[in-house]
Design a protein around this ligand. Structure first.
Ligand SMILES: Cc1ncc(COP(=O)(O)O)c(C=O)c1O
Length: 471
């Protein structure tokens, strides 16, 4: 915690705001900034501070002084043509394809909005296949980022259906085609064949990249054998460990993309890889005409529609800052782009941080789910199941303002452990797996990019001390 991240809300006002946060992760971000003590270490929120301190502050933010008049006025809600062109180039590099065409890239305020826009588009007049309707189901391997529920359920009125990954055995936390097929067939037999499949690649919270062969199988089955659309959430695509032997494969690099592009929609944003979470930048990459009309508007005289991003735009202020970032040279004129340099440096920072935190977890005997050769993105998926139901000799300390888990709640033992670690003297917040639809209690997500590696290591040591006292 640094002084400049705290604001002066009264405890009552802060508590009132906290009670209204839409989910546990957002509530924990607020708690960290406004209520937690100076010594608390929050590793619950998926954020990335590494690049800002490394170079982004100096090379980008320290130089942004004046916002030109043009950038305080209206600008295209799905991003200016220049911005879409530059993001298309950045994504072509990240997705390892020759070209991503800018006309298929659309900006909006955050990936959560990008996902919602796709859902609305597929419910519209002209998607490939029958339009989705209220109550249509969305298959999502679980655990998953709980925000999918906001994006698909709250306004588009679709229904998220978790496909539980196995939590024990040889295929522990592994996605297989058989699992997806079974979930699909079961729902179909109940008269509710799902219409949308969402894959997060690299995965949050498991960190893994899906192997190309598995993606070929899944896309082949879903696109040939069903009328599913697939959303590939690739928001962590630059977050790669050098030790990962399963390389990241974007949906747009798959063979299936050549035939079925209109049913494959990719999303990405600057929140995670670039650490710009508060900016709310999201991009949809889609060749589907209904998605395009939703993102850019449709001037069909029979039924004109406004661009959906008008209501959550890639506004002129973020256009200015992101454009500055995309134009900036790495090291003075002629030195190449800062973004290319930044993603290379980020990879080194990520690997270093992962190595230090892994060593600390191993030294402390804290278990986590990670096989050699797997990617980790920004996470360790801690297995604290053996501490469930154990208690310390001391009563649990109250943690003023620590948010409730929200509707549905958490398993009581998981919640106890979450609160115990968040309380003094440990003061480390981790995200309980129950907040991510994990099928069993006792798993916690630790985001190792949320603080500098030294702080994360300190947090791991404090957690180890607390766990060591449980009987
Ligand atoms: C998989 C995934 N998709 C989307 C988002 C949300 O992105 P944004 O903050 O750009 O809305 C997150 C944030 O945690 C995420 O983990």
């Amino acid at each position: 915690m640094t002084d400049d991240t705290r604001t002066l809300a009264s405890p009552e006002a802060a508590a009132e705001i906290l009670a209204r946060q839409p989910d546990l992760e957002q509530a924990l971000a607020y708690y960290r900034n406004h209520l937690a003590s100076e010594t608390a270490i929050d590793l619950s929120v998926a954020e990335n501070v590494l690049l800002f301190h490394h170079s982004m502050k100096k090379k980008i933010f320290d130089n942004i002084q004046l916002i030109p008049e043009r950038n305080i006025q209206y600008s295209p809600p799905a991003g200016t043509p220049e911005l879409r062109e530059q993001v298309a180039k950045l994504l072509a590099r990240a997705f390892d394809v020759k070209v991503v065409e800018a006309k298929y890239v659309f900006g909006v305020a955050g990936v959560a909005s990008a996902l919602e826009c796709i859902a609305f588009a597929l419910k519209g007049a002209d998607p490939v296949g029958p339009p989705l309707k209220d109550g249509d189901e969305v298959l999502i391997p679980a655990p998953y980022w709980q925000g999918f529920n906001w994006s698909f359920q709250e306004r588009p009125k679709l229904k998220c259906v978790p496909v539980n990954l196995p939590t024990t055995g040889a295929d522990r936390y592994r996605l297989t085609l058989a699992l997806l097929k079974k979930a699909y067939e079961d729902r179909k037999a109940a008269g509710r064949a799902p219409r949308l499949l969402v894959l997060t690649n690299p995965h949050n919270p498991l960190g893994v990249n899906y192997p190309r062969a598995l993606l070929d199988e899944i896309y082949g089955w879903a696109l040939k054998g069903t009328d599913l659309h697939i959303i590939s959430d690739e928001i962590y695509c630059h977050s790669q460990l050098d030790s990962s032997t399963t390389k990241f494969t974007s949906a747009v690099a798959l063979d299936a993309y050549r035939t079925y592009a209109e049913r494959i929609h990719v999303v990405w944003g600057f929140a995670k890889d670039f650490g710009l979470s508060g900016f709310r930048t999201g991009f949809v990459v889609s060749k589907n005409a209904a998605v395009r009309d939703t993102m850019l508007g449709n001037n069909d005289p029979a039924e004109p529609t406004h661009p959906l991003p008008w209501f959550s735009p890639f506004d002129s202020l973020k256009t200015y800052v992101i454009q500055y970032l995309l134009d900036a040279p790495a090291n003075g004129p002629g030195s190449g782009l800062y973004t290319t340099y930044a993603m290379k440096e980020y990879r080194t920072l990520l690997n270093t941080s992962f190595g230090k935190v892994k060593a600390a977890l191993d030294a402390a005997g804290i278990e986590y789910v990670h096989r050699p050769g797997d990617n980790a993105a920004q996470f360790f998926w801690l297995d604290l199941t053996k501490y469930l139901g154990k208690r310390s000799a001391h009563a649990q300390e109250a943690t003023a303002g620590l948010p409730d888990a929200g509707p549905g709640g958490l398993d009581p033992d998981e919640e106890w452990l979450f609160r115990h670690l968040a309380a003094k003297p440990t003061e480390v917040t981790l995200l309980p797996g129950g907040a991510m639809h994990n099928p069993v209690p006792g798993f916690f997500r630790l985001c190792f990019t949320a603080r500098q590696p030294e702080d994360v290591v300190t947090a791991v040591q404090r957690v180890a001390t607390a766990l060591g006292k449980l009987k």
